[in-house]
Design a protein around this ligand. Structure first.
Ligand SMILES: Nc1nc2c(ncn2[C@@H]2O[C@H](COP(=O)(O)OP(=O)(O)OP(=O)(O)O)[C@@H](O)[C@H]2O)c(=O)[nH]1
Ligand SMILES: [Mg+2]
Length: 142
């Protein structure tokens, strides 16, 4: 099983996705610190949003096999600049969250993640379960 670090803005749905992947009931828990579980490293959105803390994410990513950067489908902007994936020495995948949202613009989020350099982009709704299985299969594959 690959270990994945989840990086993205606050409220993107990272922790909820983690709960969906772990088949646990949804419970809102604001991520306050970097949290480790079996195969997920969950990070607070503020780490990705601030210049100083984002540097720490590079160090945490060394403990993962794959980096999952998240953009919620109803977001008006992306934190991830073009080709930012080349900064990492791990595979970087894109995860579009909240695709069930009424204001979802999946194509826009996909474009941002592809421009960021993601090898693969997963489209996911933790609420409906869409795409969760595909991501799980990717993580399980050696
Ligand atoms: N519509 C919709 N809402 C979701 C989905 N996943 C999460 N949310 C909601 O989005 C809000 C934020 O979810 P979190 O999982 O806590 O977000 P986070 O990225 O972990 O946020 P931080 O811990 O602050 O970094 C919560 O109110 C969730 O219920 C989804 O698939 N669809
Ligand atoms: Mg969280």
């Amino acid at each position: 099983m690959k270990k994945m670090i989840l990086i993205g803005n606050s409220e993107a749905g990272k922790t909820t996705l983690k709960q969906a992947l772990e088949k646990r009931p949804f419970k809102y828990e604001k991520t306050q610190v970097v949290e480790y579980s079996d195969f997920i490293i969950d990070t607070p959105g503020e780490y990705a949003q601030g210049r100083r803390l984002s540097a720490a994410l590079a160090v945490y990513s060394y403990e993962a096999d794959v980096i999952g950067i998240t953009v919620n489908a109803n977001e008006a902007f992306s934190l991830f600049s073009p080709n930012i994936a080349s900064m990492a020495n791990r595979d970087v995948i894109g995860i579009i969250t909240k695709i069930d949202d009424d204001d979802a613009n999946i194509e826009q989020a996909k474009l941002w993640l592809e421009l960021a350099g993601c090898k693969r982009v997963f489209e996911i709704s933790a609420y409906t379960g869409q795409g969760v299985k595909e991501l799980m299969m990717f993580l399980k594959k050696k």
